[in-house]
Write a protein that binds this ligand. Structure first.
Ligand SMILES: [Zn+2]
Length: 100
């Protein structure tokens, strides 16, 4: 077996933790270790993704932060990374065949 990690990563406590920290995460206020946990959870948890429309939130954050000097470069990098990872996970990994 060995699915223990997967289960613990998607239980309701993980969701509560992720969603409770989401604002801080999006504002770049979390320590990198915590931010990484949140990011990982959002990548694998469809219910969080659906409930909170993460992608919508990200794109509005990106728009707001690229339009104003409010966001630090680190935050912008973080948001962009999340957005890219999310898109990659949604596309199912058809990024391999470039050769003809
Ligand atoms: Zn979740």
């Amino acid at each position: 077996m060995g699915h223990g990690d997967f289960v613990s990563a998607t239980d309701e406590h993980a969701c509560e933790m992720a969603l409770g920290s989401l604002q801080a995460f999006l504002h770049g206020e979390l320590p990198e270790a915590n931010a990484d946990e949140i990011r990982h959870h959002l990548m694998i948890c469809e219910s969080c993704m659906n409930d909170f429309d993460i992608e919508e939130m990200i794109s509005s954050m990106v728009k707001r932060c690229t339009g104003t000097p409010c966001a630090s470069p680190a935050l912008r990098t973080r948001i962009t990374a999340l957005s890219v990872e999310h898109r990659r996970s949604m596309s199912g990994g058809d990024v391999t065949t470039e050769s003809a």
